[in-house]
Write a protein that binds this ligand. Structure first.
Ligand SMILES: [Zn+2]
Length: 317
């Protein structure tokens, strides 16, 4: 039997845990409530118990299990496997996740930022697996980024590299969660899109975006735009411009073959893709024309587990 890995996609609401083989197939998957309000010891124990139980259930020789890969939002110390800070876990500070999971499961454990895990997953199992020049952007509660450059995950001198969500696209723009202003995250993350939509209410009180309340979801904004709603169109125009400026910058810096979009906002699909594609061309030098493709991840809801698993395969490659 080929080697297998346990991938853990640590989320603020749910934690997805799955056994993944070297081909990227999920053999067994379990989803548990994360319950961030619980004591950290309780959360870690629950995750460790689930890991042990899924491994037991697949009933394989222990030697075939390479280890556990955990994709975590926030800042991490990958060397020591510590979650330094995570927006989803306000009570976690310098949380020694690797050590604790290893103690409880007896399995070698590796920790990676979730956006880096996303692009590692694309590189290992995605539509263009094996391509050594790729950028991943996760559009969700925040905007995460990961860069595969010349066949390596880019991490920088201190491991913090690839923070693509905090490239500034509107210098006088909205305040960002990071403390800066006008980062692409402050305009194109799911909560930011909702906020921009809400700000339209005074000018466009009858917009379709507000049919079910003053605080539309990202989905409602996209839906209204496809129905020709002017306010929604204006919101998305700003979102596309922000994303396109950011992606144009990444293209100039990294010369990627693929820019892969994932995360909840990317479920908007074709309209989002078309909006960005058209705009990016305006912001890139003509010599880059035809060198890159902006695509949607095809791993969908399993992207997190597969990405987390690929952390371990990457370590052993
Ligand atoms: Zn920022």
């Amino acid at each position: 039997m080929s080697r297998i890995v346990c991938g853990v996609d640590l989320g603020g609401t749910q934690t997805k845990i799955g056994i993944v083989d070297e081909q990227g197939e999920i053999i067994l998957k379990r989803i548990i409530e994360t319950r961030v309000g619980d004591r950290s010891e309780t959360i870690v124990s629950r995750i460790a118990e689930t890991i042990s139980s899924v491994i037991k259930e697949v009933n394989v020789d222990r030697d075939t299990v390479l280890g556990v890969g955990i994709g975590s939002p926030g800042s991490i110390d990958r060397e020591n496997g510590v979650v330094l800070f995570s927006p989803n876990f306000p009570n976690w500070r310098n949380m020694e996740l690797k050590r604790r999971i290893e103690e409880k499961t007896g399995l070698k454990t590796f920790l990676e930022n979730d956006a880096n895990a996303f692009i590692l997953g694309e590189w290992a199992f995605g539509e263009h697996a094996g391509c050594d020049h790729m950028i991943g952007i996760t559009l969700g509660t925040g905007i995460g980024g990961g860069v595969i450059a010349a066949g390596k995950l880019l991490i920088g001198a201190d491991g913090f590299g690839g923070e693509l969500g905090h490239i500034i696209v509107e210098p006088d723009g909205p305040t960002c969660g990071c403390g800066s202003h006008g980062c692409v995250e402050s305009i194109a993350s799911a909560p930011s899109i909702g906020r921009l939509a809400k700000e339209m209410r005074k000018r466009f009180p009858n917009s379709k975006m507000f049919e079910s309340g003053p605080q539309p979801s990202t989905k409602q904004v996209f839906q209204a735009a496809t129905q020709g709603d002017e306010a929604a169109r204006l919101v998305l125009e700003r979102v596309y411009r922000a994303l396109s400026l950011a992606i144009g910058n990444y293209i100039h810096i990294f010369n990627p073959r693929y820019v892969v979009l994932g995360g909840g906002v990317s479920r908007a699909g074709e309209p989002l893709l078309n909006g960005i594609r058209k705009c990016v061309e305006r912001f890139t030098m003509s010599s880059f024309k035809g060198t890159y493709e902006i695509i949607l991840s095809q791993l969908f809801e399993d992207a997190g587990i597969k990405g987390a698993a690929s952390i371990v395969f990457y370590k052993f490659s």
